[in-house]
Write a protein that binds this ligand. Structure first.
Ligand SMILES: [Fe+2]
Length: 401
């Protein structure tokens, strides 16, 4: 990246870092029991939620206990269960139609990142009825309060229950973009491990690696503060210590710890941002529908290696905190232990080292999207332009070592 653009990026990021304590972040109120939702709805003076979820979750019966508890409290509700991975503008329009036609007055997002993003999109359009989602893309454009939003994460990964981001794919152009604004932070988050107990292993691993990516990108970025760094480190340690038990043994304790880790990672990156791993992953999700966590898992080691020296010091701190290295270990060596640990986990979960579906002729366009998403917003350890980002796609796509 040339010196003028990189100076612009760093100044932009510094302004955001300085402004951080002044911004209206509000962590959601936490509950650990789905049975509490009916009471929360009533306490907020609402009586007709729209539950936004996806087909797999609905067919697995994960919403049943929520539906029963709502019925028991005499709360009428509607369900939209067609959210796809990488939710689209069509999904939001369909859910919004049900919301309006049935005079719903609040939202329960039930699922992984996709239902939560879809519910946030519905909320944004209820708050700003004259706007399209595209109009609201970018930063701080929603501006108005959205309906009561209760988030129930059923995967321990996205951290969407604590973030101000809503990522949507335009159904026509397949362009993936984010709407970021404070009113999109859910008012309540329900961290009940019961709903994660029947998750398929593939979802446990990929969403867990997504949470790990949030925590690592937030930690090694340059906009963190004491509290985001603490959240990120605690999340990374919890993930390293629990993700295998969550995947192989399915213990309740490991699943609970992964939910907590994902939440902490979400808190960290919502204030300290992510980095190029996410920018590249979003472009692959938009173009090829690659599940977000899977994309991150594959891209993360490559990007960390490419940051090189710029990330060594912070990666060493992660390694020391997690007991992978000690203070005397050289920074490069300690950083390598973290990257090896990620590769090792990927291998155990059957996550590939490369993707074989990235078309060479798509790379230029993909890199341009990633460049646009990341620069100047993401406070990455090292700045890359679109040309440099192409190298990441060549590596991840198996065209280069
Ligand atoms: Fe993510």
């Amino acid at each position: 990246m040339n010196v003028f653009k990189s100076a612009y990026c760093r100044i932009f990021q510094t302004v955001f870092k300085i402004a951080l304590p002044l911004l209206p972040y509000k962590n959601p109120k936490i509950s650990d029991n789905i049975g509490d939702i009916a009471g929360v709805i009533k306490a907020n003076g609402k009586n007709k939620p729209l539950i936004v979820t996806d087909k797999m979750i609905y067919e697995l019966g994960l919403c049943a206990s929520l539906e029963e508890s709502l019925k028991a409290e005499g709360i009428d509700f509607r369900v939209y269960s067609d959210v796809v991975a990488n939710p689209t503008t069509d999904n939001v329009d369909e859910a919004l139609k049900i919301y309006k036609e049935n005079a719903c007055d609040c939202l329960v997002a039930f699922g992984g990142g996709s239902p939560m993003d879809c519910a946030k999109g519905v909320g944004a359009l209820v708050a700003r009825p004259k706007k399209t989602l595209n109009d609201l893309g970018g930063i701080l454009k929603v501006k108005k309060k959205i309906p009561l939003l209760i988030a129930v994460p059923t995967t321990a990964g996205t951290g969407s229950e604590t973030t101000l981001a809503c990522v949507i794919v335009d159904s026509k152009t397949r362009h993936k973009y984010a709407i970021n604004d404070f009113p999109l932070i859910p008012k309540y988050a329900v961290l009940d491990e019961e709903v994660t107990m029947t998750l398929p292993q593939k979802v446990v691993s990929t969403t867990g690696m997504d949470a790990l990516t949030h925590a690592i990108e937030a930690y090694i970025g340059r906009s963190g503060n004491k509290s985001t760094r603490r959240d990120a480190l605690e999340a990374i340690e919890l993930i390293f210590n629990n993700i295998e038990a969550s995947y192989f043994d399915k213990t309740r304790e490991a699943r609970k710890n992964m939910l907590i880790a994902s939440h902490k990672a979400g808190r960290a990156f919502s204030k300290a941002y992510v980095g190029y791993v996410h920018a590249v992953a979003h472009s692959l999700g938009g173009k090829y529908d690659t599940p977000h966590g899977l994309a991150n898992a594959v891209i993360l080691p490559t990007v960390l290696e490419e940051y090189g020296k710029a990330a060594h010091k912070k990666l060493k701190k992660i390694a020391v905190y997690c007991g992978l290295a000690d203070k005397k270990t050289k920074a490069a060596e300690a950083a390598a232990t973290v990257i090896s640990k990620i590769k090792e986990l990927n291998a155990k979960f059957g996550i590939p080292e490369k993707f074989d579906f990235i078309k060479r002729e798509d790379i230029k366009g993909l890199a341009a999207y990633a460049d646009k998403e990341a620069n100047p917003l993401y406070p990455v350890p090292k700045l890359w332009n679109a040309k440099k980002l192409e190298k990441i796609y060549l590596k991840v796509g198996g065209y280069a070592d």
